[in-house]
Every structure is written in structure tokens, then in C-alpha cells.
Write a protein that binds this ligand. Structure first.
Ligand SMILES: NC(=O)C1=CN([C@@H]2O[C@H](COP(=O)(O)OP(=O)(O)OC[C@H]3O[C@@H](n4cnc5c(N)ncnc54)[C@H](O)[C@@H]3O)[C@@H](O)[C@H]2O)[C@@H](O)CC1
Ligand SMILES: [K+]
Length: 514
């Protein structure tokens, strides 16, 4: 694993830090090093003719900020410091004494503060342990209103390091320089409006210390380009045939939601899957054929409202059906987009299949009606469920949703499924509690049909997992990355308004070509 992939809580970061200090690294030397690295990065953002206001807190986050203030000062920047605390940690206090001796202007009241071009937020880092109140809360609100770019050191002051919750109030940063290892809170959706552009400042934490602290607990990993591209595109052997490259069945669509079936099919197409079959209500058949001529389209008997009434399974006697489905002939089945909840009886049938199964959209709503946990627990092979927030809450109403990482872990543990919780920061957990978080996405994807594309793509990839070294979870994580990168690429080309779900399918392959 690379440093970019690890995700830590405040307690884990503190344990890692303690190991480094116990091994002999002086605390002051580490602060000096970190402050120097932050300063170097700032030089690439802020030109020396600018004035920088430094917000320094009582702990080591404040100490980092004071080192930065001193370096900016010596390199010719105009600098002032806001430091309103009467009690500082010892090292922070020494740095404060020194910057005062340099006659860098220091203030305690916000109404005394001069203008500046940038603010550096070193009020609180991972040591914030309670709500911010009174004059500090008022100061943070004031800084947010000054309309200047704020660069937060480690984490925007006021955010909970693990959950990303706002503790009273929080700095709204334009940039966040996360120190050493990614803090879990920066990957939580509720933190997003406060973080701005986040990047990691690597200050060389030995891997042995990271592993010593993290290896005994389920790992939480950021999905990165490097990890995704180590899976994608799935390798194709020189000598192969279509059934060796995955045999996927999609069960989707209704007269009401015909497009969902097409989009799921187009998502699957981009995966390169060898054989694609799509079961839809009979009346959708011709439309599906015209959009996906390469797929085998299976028309199913339909209900009065135009949903699939039953699957024409091998063994059933029917004159009207031209193709019977053998659920056990597929390497993966994906079910749900556009299905409606008109006919709940097909889900228990599908659940019996012996191959990996992906359940999405209305398949999840039906699952919630029928009893999520017992049905999923009865499955013999892997299940992936892909709820968005609303579906998640219907499936697992008793799970506390405050911390999405913990919520997805609990859902996977209870259900025995791989749970992919969709959102601005999609989180995936396996039943053992290992979590993958997608750190980059775009609001352009908040649009009808984009989830259908993901289900098809995921189905196509899982159907063709080539080697035993690749786990299902790795492929699910890579599919998530691929889907959101296609959204980002499409938004770059066409603006955030131009990423309808069909367009999204057209940007999937260009992501890998890049
Ligand atoms: N972990 C590491 O390896 C490193 C950490 N460093 C810095 O150290 C920071 C952590 O430092 P600390 O542990 O000193 O913690 P912080 O600097 O985050 O803040 C702790 C201080 O804030 C006070 N405090 C907490 N909540 C408060 C509230 N609601 N209102 C008022 N005061 C409050 C505490 O009493 C304590 O004095 C990191 O975020 C990072 O910036 C770096 O200097 C170097 C490397
Ligand atoms: K901070």
C-alpha cells in the first residue's frame, strides 16, 4: 500500500506519532520538518508580495502554524498572527515567544486584525475534542465571512477528525493540507463543504509504524488511481473465447423505466464482458435490441403494469417464451435498475442463484420489504448491494448513519454482503469490515440513471474477474473509481450540467485510454 491509501482516526494517528517519538525523533524536529514542508507548498500558491494572516491555536496545530509564520516572514512575506489563547502547549509557546521577538504583529482580538490576502488555519488539528464555543466560535465565523482563501493545516479547525462532523462551527477552507496520513473525517461526506481542495503532505512516517498501529484493525483505504489502474482494464488472455470473458445476466427494466435497462446494458458493454444477456419485460425487447445489438435480450412475461412477472427459468413450460434462463449458467447476475416494486416474487428466486449477485435500486427496495438480513444470509456465494442513502436507510433502519464508514461496516457485517454505499464519497465494506472510500467524484453524477450505469459496469467486471489474486472488493472499488472518473472527465468536457447517464457511458472507456 502507498501512503495515499491509508486512512486513520485521531487515536490511530496519535499512536503512530507516539511510536515515532518513542523511537527517538524529537517532537520539535518533527514540527520543524512539517512546518517547512507546509511552507514549501505555500510558496507555490502564494506569491511573496502577498500578506498572510496566521491563525494559531493552543496545541501543536498552532505550533505548525507558527513555524509557517516564521518561515513566511523570513522569506519576505507580510505576516500577522491571531493567537487568542492564554494557555499554550510548551513547544507552541516557545514558537510564539520567538515570533513575538521577531516583532511579527500578534493580535488577540478579531476587531484589531489588519487586511490580508490569505489566511492559514492552525487553530485545531486532530486534538480537537469538544465543541468550539464563545469567542473562538465567533472568530471562526468571522474568518469564514472574510471571503479570503483559507488554507487549513491538517484538517479544517472545528471538524471531528474521525466523523467529519462540525463541532460547533468550523473553518471553511479553500485548501486542506492533511499531514502524514489521510484523516478519516476528510473522507466523510458531511465534511466536504469545509475541506476545499485536499492534499496530503507526506512527512515520511515509517511504514513499520503505520502497520504496527493499523494491522490489527480492519483497514480503511482510499481508492487511488494507482490501485484502480492496477486492476483496470481487466487483462484479456491471448487465447480466449466469449464465455471465458464473463457471462453476465442483467435483470432490469419495466415499461415505466425502459431506459434503466438500456443504461445498465451500456454500462456493462464498457466493461468488455464476453457475453451479455438482458432479461426485460417482453414489450421492451425490440428497444433493447436496437440499443445493444450485441446482447442476448430475453423477453419475460410481464405484469399488467409492465414489470417482469416471472423469469422464464429452465424447467418451466411456456409456449410464448423463446429463450429460457438457466440462472446457474452465468458468472454474475445483476438485478434491479428500473424493475419497479410491482412484482416482489422474482427476488427470492434470484437470491437462490449460485454465482455472485449484484442487487441495486428496486431490487433493494423489494429486499427491504421482504427482510434484508435473512434473505442475504441465505446466499451461498457473494452478494454486492449498491444502495444510495435512502435505500440504505430502508434496508438497515436500525444502523446509526452519523459515521458513514461505521454504518457501511455494520451493514456488511450484519448482511454478509459487500455493501457499496453510494454518495459524494462512496464507501464500500466487506463483511470483515475492510472499507474502501472513493475520494474523488463530481456532483454531476447526481442524476437519474448514473447508478444504473454503475450496476452494469460492476456486473460486467465481476463477471470476468480473471485471476484468483483479484478480490471482488478490489474490483468493486475499481469500478467505483472508474465510474466517478468518467463523470469527472465528462464534466470537464461538457460542464457539470452535461453529464446525463447516456453521456456518462460514452466517457467510461476514455478514462482508461488516458
Ligand atoms: N501527529 C503527528 O505526527 C504530527 C502532528 N502535528 C500537529 O499536531 C496536531 C495535533 O496537535 P495537538 O494534539 O496538540 O492538538 P491540536 O493542536 O489539534 O489542539 C489541541 C489543543 O486544543 C485544545 N482544545 C481542544 N478542543 C478545544 C476546544 N473545543 N476549544 C478550545 N480548545 C480546545 C486542547 O486542550 C489542546 O490544547 C496535528 O493536527 C498537527 O497539526 C505536527 O506538528 C507534526 C506531526
Ligand atoms: K487546522
Amino acid at each position: 500500500m502507498t501512503k495515499e491509501q491509508f486512512v486513520v482516526t485521531a487515536a490511530q494517528m496519535r499512536d503512530i506519532e507516539t511510536r515515532i517519538f518513542t523511537a527517538g525523533m524529537p517532537v520539535a524536529a518533527l514540527m520543524e520538518k512539517v512546518g517547512g514542508l507546509i511552507f514549501q507548498r505555500l510558496q507555490t500558491i502564494i506569491s511573496p508580495d502577498k500578506c498572510v494572516g496566521i491563525l494559531a491555536g493552543p496545541g501543536h496545530n498552532g505550533g505548525d502554524a507558527l513555524v509557517v509564520a516564521r518561515e513566511l516572514y523570513f522569506h519576505g512575506y507580510k505576516v500577522w498572527i491571531y493567537q487568542p489563547f492564554s494557555k499554550l502547549k510548551e513547544l507552541t509557546s516557545q514558537h510564539f515567544q520567538y515570533v513575538q521577538s521577531l516583532e511579527i504583529p500578534c493580535y488577540q482580538q478579531i476587531n484589531e486584525l489588519p487586511n490580508c490576502d490569505f489566511l492559514i488555519d492552525g487553530l485545531f488539528g486532530f486534538g480537537l475534542e469538544r465543541e468550539i464555543t464563545d469567542s473562538i466560535a465567533a472568530a471562526i465565523n468571522y474568518f469564514n465571512q472574510r471571503n479570503q482563501p483559507i488554507i487549513s493545516i491538517d484538517i479544517p479547525s472545528g471538524l471531528h477528525t474521525d466523523t467529519g462532523e462540525v463541532l460547533g462551527t468550523a473553518i471553511q477552507a479553500s485548501y486542506t493540507f492533511c499531514l502524514g496520513l489521510w484523516k478519516q473525517g476528510l473522507l466523510q461526506e458531511q465534511a466536504l463543504p469545509y475541506i476545499g481542495k485536499a492534499e496530503l503532505i507526506d512527512f515520511h512516517i515509517p511504514l513499520t509504524d503505520i502497520h504496527a498501529v493499523l494491522d490489527n484493525v480492519p483497514q480503511i483505504k482510499r481508492i487511488t488511481k494507482t490501485t484502480a489502474l492496477s486492476t483496470l482494464p481487466l487483462p484479456r488472455p491471448l487465447i480466449t473465447h466469449k464465455y471465458k470473458q464473463g457471462n453476465l445476466l442483467l435483470i432490469c427494466g419495466s415499461r415505466r423505466y425502459a431506459g434503466g435497462a438500456i443504461l445498465t446494458g451500456l454500462g456493462a458493454r464498457a466493461s468488455g464482458v464476453g457475453m451479455l444477456s438482458i432479461a426485460v419485460p417482453e414489450s421492451l425487447k425490440m428497444s433493447l435490441v436496437s440499443h445493444l445489438p450485441e446482447a442476448l435480450i430475453i423477453g419475460c412475461p410481464e405484469t399488467e403494469k409492465g414489470a417482469i412477472a416471472n423469469l422464464p427459468l429452465v424447467g418451466c413450460v411456456s409456449d410464448s417464451v423463446t429463450h429460457l434462463i438457466d440462472l446457474n449458467s452465468f458468472t454474475t447476475i445483476a438485478c434491479g435498475p428500473g424493475l419497479t416494486t410491482d412484482n416482489i416474487s422474482i427476488i427470492p428466486e434470484i437470491i437462490e442463484c449460485e454465482c455472485p449477485l449484484i442487487l441495486d435500486a428496486d431490487a433493494l427496495n423489494i429486499l427491504a420489504q421482504l427482510g434484508t438480513i435473512p434473505l442475504l444470509k441465505s446466499r451461498k456465494s457473494a452478494t454486492v448491494i449498491t444502495p444510495h442513502t435512502g435505500e440504505f436507510k430502508r434496508l438497515f433502519p436500525h444502523i446509526d448513519y452519523t459515521n458513514r464508514v461505521k454504518a457501511v461496516q455494520a451493514a456488511a457485517h450484519e448482511s454478509g454482503a459487500i455493501v457499496l454505499l453510494k454518495g459524494a464519497r462512496t464507501a464500500i465494506s466487506n463483511p470483515q469490515g475492510s472499507v474502501w472510500i472513493n475520494p474523488e467524484s463530481t456532483p454531476a453524477l447526481a442524476r437519474g440513471g448514473s447508478g444504473d450505469v454503475l450496476t452494469g459496469l460492476l456486473g460486467g467486471l465481476l463477471a470476468q474477474i480473471p485471476t484468483p489474486e483479484l478480490t471482488m472488493e478490489d474490483v468493486v472499488a475499481s469500478a467505483t473509481w472508474w465510474h466517478s472518473q468518467a463523470g469527472i472527465l465528462a464534466a470537464q468536457a461538457r460542464t457539470e450540467l452535461g453529464v446525463d447517464a447516456f453521456t456518462l457511458t460514452q466517457y467510461l472507456l476514455p478514462v482508461l485510454k488516458r
